[in-house]
Design a protein around this ligand. Structure first.
Ligand SMILES: *Cc1c(COP(=O)(O)O)cnc(C)c1O
Length: 358
């Protein structure tokens, strides 16, 4: 028997989340963001559940090629553009839309021979200072691209740094207004948080990622609890041992948890080598046998300990939900000082994945 851990992917929740997102942005085109192997969910197996999308956005040329070869005929957007001029050959062959964020990319496109014009997202740096042309330079970059015979459709693109936080998007929107004052073409600005919170940023295309997978862009599940979005991934395992411990006994590496009285603890087949966060402290929520309880002590490489005080019926083989519908990935992430984004992407290759309805 393999270890009992499994990441279960609910494809109906994925499709349903896309429908929920359409409700937030009616009449707007949706790029479903599936970078990083669909946020750790397994792009190859999940994309067809999102076939109602208008396009897929990702970074990796290999993932783009895989989508085409699997039969996706709609648009594919390379969010970071291309990394070397020779990438343009694949972009042309597989009819990919590419972001352009630097002058060298404009030169490379101008020198490349395409079989058909290439659609381009011209990236504006509106304040995140990662990728993109400065507002003063953006109109010239867009004009330079527009003058090339290689260029197909052009779209103004920018990325928000804190749409999920109180600062919102106003400052960056002002930069977009400045750069795009004379721009009549389409715009694509909104990530998940802006898709939910700022309809004025929707324009022609939105780019939701994390909400497709049913987690919160802010890291707080309460922020999306009433949207109808559903968790797509459930990480589950089983109890593989039970210990009865006494007052003063300690649990796990470093003895970080010490019992104050007699209690029963369970040992779960899941550790940081599976992608569970090593920094999750005692008290991180977890569900055993359908009952919410808490982790105890340090997370080991392959195991972790749980408090069985609220679960008197639990026995070896009882089911454990590390995250999913009963305990949200956002809650675990928050307890460990990270975000659902990181936990999803970090599920280890050794964890078997099952697809279907939960
Ligand atoms: C990852 C990413 C997104 C999606 O972000 P979410 O917060 O997951 O919605 C959108 N646009 C760009 C450029 C990205 O890199």
């Amino acid at each position: 028997m393999p270890r009992p851990i499994v990441a279960s992917i609910d494809l109906s929740a994925l499709a349903s989340n896309l429908t929920v997102i359409r409700g937030f942005a009616p009449g707007v085109h949706i790029w479903s963001v599936v970078k990083a192997n669909a946020y750790g969910h397994g792009l190859q197996r999940i994309w067809s559940s999102l076939a109602g999308t208008d396009g897929f956005a990702l970074l990796d040329l290999n993932e783009a090629v895989m989508l085409r070869e699997q039969g996706w005929q709609g648009p594919i957007l390379l969010l970071e553009g291309f990394f070397k001029p020779e990438d343009l050959t694949l972009i042309d062959t597989y009819r990919l839309t590419t972001a352009v964020h630097s002058d060298w990319q404009i030169d490379a496109i101008g020198r490349h021979r395409f079989s058909a014009p290439v659609d381009i997202y011209v990236k504006l740096n509106s304040g995140m200072n990662r990728l993109g042309f400065a507002a003063e330079h953006w109109p010239a970059a867009a004009a330079a691209l527009a003058s090339l015979e290689q260029t197909g459709h052009l779209t103004l693109m920018t990325h928000f740094a804190h749409a999920d936080m109180p600062e919102g998007v106003a400052q960056q929107e002002a930069v977009v207004e400045k750069a795009g004052r004379d721009w009549q073409g389409p715009r694509c600005l909104a990530n998940s948080a802006a898709t939910l919170l700022y309809p004025q940023t929707h324009h022609q295309w939105v780019r939701p990622g994390i909400i497709l997978y049913g987690a919160s862009p802010s890291g707080d599940w309460n922020d999306i609890a009433n949207t109808g979005l559903r968790p797509v991934m459930t990480l589950k395992s089983e109890l593989i041992a039970i210990q009865d411990i006494q007052a003063g006994d300690r649990v796990g590496y470093g003895g970080r948890f010490q019992a104050s009285g007699r209690q029963r603890i369970g040992v779960v087949a899941c550790g940081y080598a599976d992608g569970y966060p090593r920094h999750a402290p005692t008290g991180t929520p977890i569900v055993v046998d359908g009952v919410r309880t808490r982790t105890l002590g340090a997370i080991s490489m392959d195991m972790l300990a749980v408090d069985l005080t609220p679960c008197p019926l639990a026995r070896i083989g009882s089911p454990v939900e590390l995250w999913g519908n009963q305990v949200k990935i956002d809650e675990v992430a928050r307890s460990a000082g990270t975000l659902g984004y990181e936990l999803m992407c970090a599920v280890a290759p050794r964890v078997p994945v099952s697809f279907g309805q939960y």
